[in-house]
Design a protein. Sequence first.
Length: 728
Amino acid sequence: MQARALPDAADQRRVGFDKLSTIVDGGDRQRACVAWSGIWRLEVFRTTMATRVVQLQPAVDVERVGSTLQARSAAAWLRLHFPDGVPSGRWIKLTYRGSYFDPLVRPVLRFVTDQDHEDVLAPAPLFGRTHWIGRVPDGSREVLVSPVDRPGPFGFEIDACRTLTWTNVIAAAWPNDSRRTLEAIGAFSIGRRQDARRWLRQAVGSAPIKRFEDWRAARWRDMEPAGLEAPRNNWSLGPRIHIVAMATADDGRSVGKLRDQLVRQPYPNWSLTVVSPTGHALMQGLAAAASNPPVQILEPDAAAAMLLAPPEADGLLTVFDASDGLPAYALAVIAESALTHPDAVAFYGDEDSVDAAGRHSEPRLKPDWSPTFNACGHYVRSALFVRRRVAAPLAAMRIGDLVCGESLNGLLAGRPAAEVMHIRRVLLSKPAARRDPAAPAVVRTPTAEVSARSAARPHVTVIIPNRDQFRLISQCLTGLARTTDFGDIEVLIADNGSSDAAVLRLYESHTASGRLRVIHCPGPFNFALQCNLAAEQAQAAFLVFLNNDIEMFDGDWLPRLLAWARQADVGAVGARLLYPSGRLQHVGHVLGLGGTTGHVDRNASADDHGYLNRNDVPHEVSAVTAACLAVEKRKFAAVGGFDAMDLPVELNDVDLCLRLAACGWRTLLEPRSVLIHHESASRGTWKKRPASYTRQHAIFRQRWHALIRDDPNFHPALSLHSLRTALG
C-alpha cells in the first residue's frame, strides 16, 4: 500500500495523548485501543512487512573450514551483507539460528557509521532459533555480528530479515507489555520519538515468564545432525550416560514414553535403569512394548548394588523421575560438553514444566556455578549429570533417597568452578502436576558460614563519605550506634569539605568521645578517592563502606556481612537495600541490564522472593553497590581499591567487584542484612549530573564488555530490558 501523508494535527494528537494517558492510568485496555486508533490515523505508516535478503560473510577473526565456521579469537565478527543496502533508520526483525553445541551467549550486533559504531546485545538462541527486533541506527553503513565469545568451531545462520512498520513493532510489543507499548504510542504521537523507541525496545525485548509456551514455540528448532549439529567430537569416545529413573507401579506408560524419547536421541551411548519397589508389576506393564536397547528394571536393593559396580572412567550418572522428559537434543549436548571438558565432573542444565496437554511453563534458567547459592538454596536440584567415578558415596545410601537428584546435588559441595559445568540449555521437563514445590525461604547455612552472633567478630572499620547533609549523616551515625557495638568498631568519615556548622559540631562531639575520626578530602567530589584515602588510614582488617544516606534498624546486618567477608574466597559482600517506601532498591547488580548494569528486581516488594528464590538466600552476584559493601582490607588493597582516576563517581563499586573476581574472590549478596537507602539523597538524580558521567559509563563498557555481554550469574536467555526477570 502506498504511504499516504495526512495533515499535520499536533493539537489533535496532544488531546488524543492526554485522553490515552488517562485511560492507561485507569487500566482499561479496550478503551486505550480505541483512543490509540484515533491518534494513529494522524500518522504516516505502511502496512506491509518487506523481506530482505541477507548473506553472512567472514569479517574479523572468522574463517570457513569446509562447511563450518571457525572463530580465531573471542572477538570474531561476521558481516551481514544486504544486496539492496543496509536498512538504515528502519525497524527490522532479524531471525537467526545457532548450534545447540555452542555455549549459549548473546550475539552482539555492531552498527557501523562513518564516525563511530554502536553495539547492541541480541537475544541468545536457547532453543536453536530466535530473533532480534530493533531499529538500525541512522547513518549505518555496515552491520556486523559476533555470534560467539570464544575461539573454536561454531554454527550461525540468518534465516530472515524483515523491515517492519510501526504497526508491526507495536503488534510485537503489545503481548509483552501493553502499558509500556501504549506509553510509546503516546510519546510517538507528540513527537517524543526517542522515548517511544526506547520503550518499544524494552517491550519487544522482554517477554513475561508466563508467556513461556508461546515464546518457546516461536523459537524452537529441531536438531540438524547433518548441519548445525554435526558432531564436534568423536562420539565413539563419548561417555555412556546412565539414566536412573525412579518409578512406581503406575508409571508404566511414563517409562515407555521416556524410553521412546531416549531411542530418538541422536547420541546412542546411553542406558536406562528403572528403580521401582514394584519392579515385577512394572515389568509386566512394559512387556508388550519392544525395547532396544532394553530397559533394566531393578528393585531398590539391586539398584544400590549396581552403583557399587566398578564404573567406567568417564561414564555419567543422572537420577530423575520416570515421568520426566528429555528434549531431543539433550544427550548429544551433554556428551559434547563432557568430551569438550574432560576435567569437569558434573554438568547441570536448565529445566521447565510441561502439562498433560504438552504446554511448557515455569522455566528454571539457572546461573553458572554458584556454590553459595546452591549450598543455601539448592538451585541446581535436578537436570544434573555427574561422572560415575565421583558418585561412589551414593552407593551407601538408600536408593529411594536419590529421587529428584537431591543426593547428586550434594556431590557438588566444595567443587571448584572448573569441575562444575552449567549447560545453558533446557535438559529436563518435569510434569507440572508433579513439580517439586519451590524451595522454602529458609537458609541452609553452609559449613563455611560461622554463626553471626557466637563467632568472634573481626575488627572492622566503617567508612562513610560525606559532605554536609546533617540530617543524613546524623541519622546514619545514630543507626550505627543503635545496631552495633559502636565502641567495637572504628568509624572514619571521609569528608569532602563540609561547611555546615551543625555537621562540624556533630563531628566534634563524636571525635571527642573517640568514636570516630574525620579524614579530610578536599577538592571536587570523587567518591572513589575519598574511600581510598580513608581505607589507607583504616586500622581494622575489614572495611565496610557505607553511604551517608543509609538507615539501620537490625542489629544483625553487620555480623552477617562480616561472616561472609572473612571467607578466603569471598571478596565483596553486599546487603539487601530498601527504599524508604519499603520496596526493594538493591539485591545485586546484573551486568548488561539497561545497557551497562542495573539493580535486578528494583521496586519489587520488600519480601519478593526473586527468580529461583534468589532474594531469600545468600547468593553469588557479579557486583554489589558501595552504598553498603564489606571487604577484607588486604583484598581491597590487592586490587588497588576503587578506580579514582577513570571512575571517580560512577560504577566504581561494580568495577571493584569485577576486579576482585578477576583475582578469584567471589562477590556475594546477603539478603538477611537489610538496610534502608535514600538513594542519591546527597547528590540528586541523574538529570542533575554532569556530562562527564557519560564518559565514565563508556570507559566501564569498554573495560568490561565481555561480562556486560555475558554475566555468569544471569542466564543469557533472560531479558536485559526488564528489571523483573523476563525472557529475552
